[in-house]
Ligand binder design. Structure first.
Ligand SMILES: [Zn+2]
Length: 297
């Protein structure tokens, strides 16, 4: 990972469209949103899909710590203590002639990714590569349309071989698997995907979970996938188990290691589940870490 990081704020420009009522969850984000920013010479766009709101019941976060401990962490961060909100977002990378989409949101049942993409001036047919971080529904749901046809019909769909095997074996995404088989090209962990995009293995969440590093000149960004889920809890208490993690001890160790490395390097991060647009840096705070957004919604 690069240590010299900066984001050209002069070249950061944003476009947000308020379409209909904003989500009821805090913070209020338009349902359709596309935020453009630069990493070096590359143009990237954070695309909003939906939001998850879950009760603070220690069933997902704080499995091994309990509701009271989670409440304390939320309170210390000035966040509501009765619920935990996760954004669901995807990242578009304009890499020369290629239009690379990292993850695809929840899909036709409630996801607004396609609308956000169109708001950014890009049609689904223009996407040349879809990079999948892992095979959970909030990342691969958008690979198909409501009628079951591929949502990005001209794109290669790329993921690690281990993740593709896990998706096929899981049996929960049979319609998606059937639709995208001709598009899928797998790669080994750490593969160079395009001139500017490289896969980065982060173990534990799923069998073939991958982050993606986007580099232009001296600047870079790491799209961390589901290495961490809550910008508050996963950073303050990276050692706590998360229900979504398939191999919880490995995911915990990966998370702690990755957050330490990101805090040290100051590398710019994109997280699909941190507050939209999910672009910022990780700082050390006490025994844990804290999220510092680099861009406003
Ligand atoms: Zn996820």
């Amino acid at each position: 990972m690069k240590t010299a990081l900066r984001i050209g704020f002069a070249s950061v420009f944003a476009s947000i469209l308020a379409a209909g009522a904003a989500c009821a969850a805090e913070p209020a984000i338009p349902e359709i949103a596309a935020k453009t920013f630069k990493v070096g010479d590359l143009e990237l766009v954070s695309l909003h899909d939906t939001q998850f709101v879950m009760p603070n019941d220690a069933k997902v976060f704080g499995l091994d710590a309990g509701v009271d401990a989670v409440t304390t962490v939320l309170k210390d961060a000035g966040a509501p203590t009765d619920k935990i909100t996760l954004s669901v977002d995807a990242l578009l990378v304009k890499d020369g002639g290629r239009l690379i989409l990292i993850d695809t949101g929840v899909g036709p049942k409630g996801g607004k990714l396609i609308e956000s993409l169109k708001y950014a001036g890009v049609t689904p047919d223009q996407i040349t590569d879809v990079l999948i971080s892992h095979g959970h529904g909030d990342h691969i749901g958008g690979l198909i349309n409501a009628d079951g046809t591929p949502a990005f019909k001209n794109a290669k769909v790329r993921m690690t071989a281990a993740e593709w095997e896990a998706i096929k074996a899981g049996g929960r995404a049979d319609a998606i698997v059937a639709a995208i088989i001709p598009q899928v090209e797998t790669f080994a962990p750490g593969a160079q995907i395009s001139p500017s995009v490289k896969a980065v293995e982060v173990k534990g969440h799923t069998p073939g979970h991958s982050a993606y590093e986007i580099t232009s000149g001296k600047d870079s960004l790491l799209a961390i996938g589901d290495s961490a889920h809550s910008s508050i809890i996963s950073l303050a208490k990276p050692e706590w188990f998360i229900q979504f993690d398939g191999d919880k001890p490995t995911a915990r160790d990966s998370r702690k290691e990755l957050l330490s490395s990101l805090a040290k390097s100051g590398q710019l991060v994109f997280s699909p589940h941190f507050p939209y647009p999910g672009v910022g840096t990780i700082k050390v705070k006490g025994e844990g870490f804290v999220w510092e957004p680099a861009l406003k919604p």
